[in-house]
Design a protein around this ligand. Structure first.
Ligand code: SAH
Ligand code: SF4
Ligand code: F3S
Length: 445
């Protein structure tokens, strides 16, 4: 008898790496006749792909699990699983905490989801969180429709930033062999994807664990050779690993995006040392200069943490001045959240929430100001964008991104009312005519 099809509902939290892992799990489950559904009501299996980076991320999962208690009572056959970073961090403790949870799957084990579900059918609830044996082969993924496909090129992280849980939840850095990545991307281009985003926690360290001489520069060159690919993105970088060779390569290859997400985290050398970031304020500023000299149109994006233990007003003012000196093209600002098991967890979390919030708002306001000025200075310029699809806020508009990472919005219909949807997934030249704090607007040249 053919197996009956089952419904899986999966919710993904956290970073793009989790989105990519979710796509792999869905492909593996599809082979077992599971189909993805958009709400949890009719699910046979509910999966949460979780994030541990800040307590807020974990609080959401705890909330979801609380809600499911009643549901499981009414439908004992429902299977509930937690995968991702929280699964890796808490392991079987989660089974104890949530009696209605069936399955905990770690960040190196999720590719075995079908086998784990079968094991579950045969008996006990279980946690599969063994570390370090992630099998490097091309697990085909069910990519979300669109122009962009996520491509993990390395897993884990060998840094030990003292605030960060990622090395604990993702393990040691491990790069995927270059030929596997290239095969993967060729298939994605055949399937119609116009852009790939190469993923790694410290992508500029790509290749270190391979020992075959490959690095991010050689990977970008190899990906750039693939016919039909229009844009190549890559996130996230650590300032310490960005060589001049890499910057020159990014500058020279026309389809490689001129965009570096390279978190500074803080502007105070004293705090950077406590954070274990392995660079000083001056070294970061020097990096930013180097990047902008070698790649004149590069866009620099940062993450900033405010309220790290012992951050004084003076330290914070150095973050303010760093942002004013670099004038980032984009910034994410985070309030420090102590994570059990990290180095900084032993330091007293001694900046009050009130001060943390005020500092966070101040950095956000600075960034907004810079962005406003930058956008205003772009009026009249023409940029080539890769058109992504209808704008999220207005379906009468289309949007797309520059070779940096700026989003430009333009009319979906021409003067005669003809649709421009044929431009989706293609390059188009747009002249910018106006802007708000958050968006650029223009029209086809
Ligand atoms: N691998 C990336 C980022 C990992 S986490 C990198 O190294 O750049 C994404 C961001 O979350 C970090 O850049 C940092 O700014 C923030 N972050 C990490 N741990 C945090 C914590 N405990 N509290 C607040 N923000 C944190
Ligand atoms: Fe976390 Fe630092 Fe590794 Fe980034 S480089 S994932 S912040 S430990
Ligand atoms: Fe979160 Fe894990 Fe990504 S902690 S940010 S999902 S690597």
């Amino acid at each position: 008898m053919p197996p009956m099809s089952k419904n899986v509902y999966i919710e993904t939290f956290g970073c793009q790496m989790n989105l990519a892992d979710t796509e792999t799990v869905l492909a593996r489950l599809k082979d077992e006749d599971y189909q993805q559904i958009e709400t949890s009501e009719n699910a046979d299996l509910i999966l949460y792909n979780t994030c541990s980076v800040r307590d807020g991320a974990e609080a959401k999962i705890r909330g979801r699990m609380g809600d499911l208690k009643k549901v499981k009572k009414q439908r004992p056959d429902l299977r509930i699983g937690i995968m991702g970073c929280m699964a890796q961090r808490e392991q079987e403790a989660l089974l104890k905490q949530y009696p209605h949870l069936d399955l905990v799957v770690g960040t190196d084990q999720f590719v075995h989801m079908p086998a784990l579900l079968k094991q579950l059918d045969e008996g006990e609830r279980l946690a599969a969180t063994e570390f370090g044996d992630f099998e490097e082969r091309n697990w085909s993924s069910l990519r979300t429709e669109g122009i962009n496909a996520w491509v993990p090129v390395m897993r884990g992280c060998n840094y030990n930033c003292t605030y960060c849980i990622v090395p604990k939840t993702r393990g040691k850095e491990k790069s995927r062999p270059l030929n596997l990545i290239i095969d993967d991307i060729k298939e994605l281009v055949d399937r119609g994807f116009a852009q790939v985003t190469l993923l790694g926690q410290t992508i500029d360290a790509y290749g270190k664990t391979l020992g075959d001489g490959n690095n991010l520069a050689s990977l970008l060159r190899a990906v750039h050779e693939i016919d039909g690919l229009k844009r190549i993105r890559y996130i996230t970088s650590h300032p310490k690993d960005i060589t001049d060779e890499l910057l020159h390569t990014i500058g020279e290859l026309p389809r490689v995006c001129k965009h570096l997400h390279v978190p500074a985290q803080c502007g105070s050398s004293r705090i950077l040392r406590l954070m274990g970031r392995r660079y000083t304020r001056d070294e970061y500023l020097h990096f930013a200069d180097r990047a902008r000299t070698i790649i004149p149109n590069v866009e620099l994006l940062t993450d900033m943490i405010v309220g790290f233990p012992r951050e004084t007003d003076e330290d914070f003012q150095e973050s303010v001045s760093l942002m004013n000196e670099v004038r980032f093209d984009g910034a994410f600002v985070f309030i420090y959240s102590p994570r059990p098991g990290t180095g900084a967890y032993n330091l007293a979390d001694d900046v009050s929430m009130e001060v943390k919030k005020a500092r966070c708002n101040e950095l956000l306001a600075i960034q907004l100001g810079h962005q406003q000025e930058m956008y205003a200075s772009m009026h009249g310029q023409t940029h080539e964008i890769l058109v992504e699809g209808p704008s999220k806020s207005n379906d009468q508009k289309l949007c797309g991104r520059t070779i940096g990472n700026r989003n430009i919005i333009f009319p979906r219909f021409d003067e005669n009312g003809n649709s421009r949807d044929h431009l989706i997934s293609n390059l188009a030249s747009i002249t910018i005519d106006s802007s708000t704090n958050l968006s650029l607007f223009g029209d086809l040249v």
